[in-house]
Design a protein around this ligand. Sequence first.
Ligand SMILES: Cc1cc2nc3c(=O)[nH]c(=O)nc-3n(C[C@H](O)[C@H](O)[C@H](O)COP(=O)(O)OP(=O)(O)OC[C@H]3O[C@@H](n4cnc5c(N)ncnc54)[C@H](O)[C@@H]3O)c2cc1C
Length: 426
Amino acid sequence: MIKVVIIGGGWGGCAAALSAAQAGATVLLLERTDLLLGTGLVGGIFRNNGRFTAAEEIISLGGQDLIATMDQSARHTNIEFPGHRHASLYDVGKIEAAVSELLQQHGIKVRLKTRITDVLRLGKLVRHIVTDNGEIIEGDVFIDATGTAGPMGNCLTYGNGCSMCALRCPAFGPRVSITARAQVKERNGEKLDGTFGAMSGSCKLHKESLSSALQDQLESTGVVVIPMPEMLKNKISLGKKACSQYALPEYRDNLVLLDTGHAKMMTSYFALEDLRQIPGLENARFADPYAGGKGNSIRYLGIAPCANTLQVDGVDNLFCCGEKFGIMVGHTEAVATGLLAGHNAVRYSLDMQYLQLPRTLAIGEFIAFVHEQMNEKQHLDVRYTFAGATFFNRMQELNLYSIDPSVIKARVAEAGLSDIFSQRLV
Ligand SMILES: Cc1cc2nc3c(=O)[nH]c(=O)nc-3n(C[C@H](O)[C@H](O)[C@H](O)COP(=O)(O)OP(=O)(O)OC[C@H]3O[C@@H](n4cnc5c(N)ncnc54)[C@H](O)[C@@H]3O)c2cc1C
């Protein structure tokens, strides 16, 4: 029996677990906190812009279960907000339990509160990994899905916070990169000023801290757009956003709120005393990050160098996915790469040729393009997503963007890859 061990239970790790299990492996998913989904616990936006195409590609490729879980957990579907069309918002309070149940149904063994802190690598192989209490865990093949959130202390080192409150640090100990522990040299994303990391494009507010009129509007339509008072416009820094799809002038001129259960505020951070000058936000409080009045979400520290098959350079039985694979943003992006990593991990164990998604598919183009761009040093301050900015423009130029599921299904069929991720290989 092939044993695939996945470290990190964010969207990337959960997707890798599913495709590896569907390919017939025994799967062990290890997560350092007591919840799955990692930074996906505070996101919620999916199917916006090119993510619609990617979600439908995932469905046609055989990864429908996770997309169905997102769809079934949606509070709002097919909504619009500045620069974004046909978006859905999953309920951040409900999604984790739904994913956890799905993994159980597939017979995936999930071990929570299990933090990996060391790796034994001999030559080109990871032999085993070690938990923080010294337990040795063996496997045939390993997947690094540990994300790229910064460890504790990043607030002081980089000046503007980390996403560790989403990941509930320090109660569960900091993130540890498996790739780095396997002695592979990683790369860091950068901000425009050349310092490491990137800030998220959003924060969460306690919905109940908003005026009742704003709460009602949010719950009925999913979106509230409030014109920004003139004196606050220059306080919004678009250049610091990791999510360049929200670095549009509309997000400087307006305060955009989305209903994901919390009120998701589409700015990187906002000093509380300024935020409370906006009508309806007089009592506003940040839910996540706790320090949303000062900073937010340093990520992209420790990206694994890897092939388009998601095999980590120099280590035959180590694959990676999600933010570990490249400077990309998003749940859908993490799911797409996770499915490929899990599938290829099983192919590795069977000595089969790895699957590389063709560039006729949006996901294949995404993986190849992100790697090409990252190989040029000057591009490490750009983030890639199906949902906007550079890559969504590219999808449109290459005719890869479609919101017609039958067109997308036909494209996947033409590539000979229908249901590939749900096929049994063992
Ligand atoms: C505030 C915020 C809002 C966002 N909003 C959206 C949104 O609306 N829509 C969207 O598409 N994207 C959004 N994103 C981006 C998106 O959440 C991420 O890009 C994506 O979910 C990353 O998934 P991942 O699996 O690669 O990593 P992560 O979510 O970082 O998961 C990594 C997991 O690995 C675990 N881990 C780390 N080290 C170890 C170890 N050594 N041992 C065991 N476990 C370990 C962590 O605890 C974590 O659960 C948002 C991100 C943030 C921070």
